[in-house]
Design a protein around this ligand. Structure first.
Ligand code: ADP
Length: 266
């Protein structure tokens, strides 16, 4: 049975990370995407990363996932250097990327197949389907599912590998406002239940305040952490409370809402 605290969460540390990409139009030149990023996340902490488009959020997440490498600097999980992808760092994208020809059950099993542990771990699939509320949808195919349900499959597929750090790249970005709010509660419930360290990339300031222990605000060209904001509000949070709204306007003001962060929606 998947209940609480089965996974030892991990701390994450990013130290002076720089990353440039070649400018295709001007051969032999490159443009810095990340200009010396440093921060750390404690084990079991839920931290959001917000910032304007192009400031390097996805690049940073890819480096933490081990899908790419920094030009300089270090990324560490529990003091161990990140040298490539690992099931211990789960990744969930905006597009749930489900296999359309596989049932919900098989899609969740795909996480185990990728690690070559399907035989030993198959018994956990029912637990994880229950955890995300899809226990009666095991035989359904992705085209039968709503956006929210598909994203729950993607979450279960990542969680079945018991990641020590879960990286969420705008996972709720494609959902309508009501489904999004419900899913925020569901992700929070999963987090409270399992205490997996989570790093959430979002464009939605309300989502960041509602969910996080701390918000890292990035600025662009090159991407840097501009500010860290502790969210000292008890949970469950009230999106209409005075303290919530005060924080919201503070962050928007900080991002110069009408200017460089014009794409950061509220
Ligand atoms: P964000 O996720 O905040 O929108 P990205 O991490 O996608 O930002 O991109 C940061 C910067 O790096 C952008 O200027 C983008 O064009 C550039 N970039 C990202 N990936 C590549 C790549 N593979 N090749 C060239 N430039 C890239």
């Amino acid at each position: 049975m998947v209940t609480s605290n089965l996974v030892a969460a991990s701390a994450l540390r990013v130290e002076e990370v720089c990353k440039s990409f070649p400018v295709l139009d001007v051969p032999g030149t490159s443009r810095p995407a990340l200009g010396g990023i440093s921060f750390s996340i404690a084990a079991s902490e839920l931290v959001s990363l917000v910032g304007p488009s192009g400031c390097g959020k996805s690049t940073l997440l890819r480096l933490i996932a081990g899908l790419d490498f920094p030009d300089s600097g270090e990324l560490l999980v529990d003091e161990e250097k990140i040298l490539g992808p690992s099931a211990a760092r789960g990744l969930v994208f905006q597009d749930p990327n489900l296999f359309p020809w596989l049932t919900v059950r098989r899609n969740i099993e795909a996480g185990l197949v990728a690690r070559g542990v399907l035989q030993e771990k198959r018994h956990e699939v029912d637990d994880f389907m229950r955890l995300v509320g899809l226990e009666t949808f095991g035989r359904s195919y992705p085209h039968h599912l709503s956006g929210g349900m598909s994203q729950r499959v993607a979450l279960a597929r990542a969680l079945i590998n018991h990641p020590k750090v879960l990286l969420l790249d705008e996972p709720l970005g494609a959902l309508d406002a009501f489904t999004r709010m419900r899913m925020q509660d569901e992700v929070l419930h999963l987090w409270e239940n399992r205490r997996t360290t989570m790093l959430l990339v979002t464009h939605d300031i309300d989502e960041a305040i509602y969910m996080s222990d701390r918000i890292l605000v990035m600025t662009s060209a090159p991407g840097r952490i501009d500010r860290e904001i502790d969210i000292d509000l008890g949970r469950p949070r009230d999106r209409t409370s005075e303290s919530f709204l005060r924080l919201r306007s503070e962050i928007l003001e900080h991002l110069h809402f009408a200017g460089k962060a014009a794409d950061v929606s509220a």
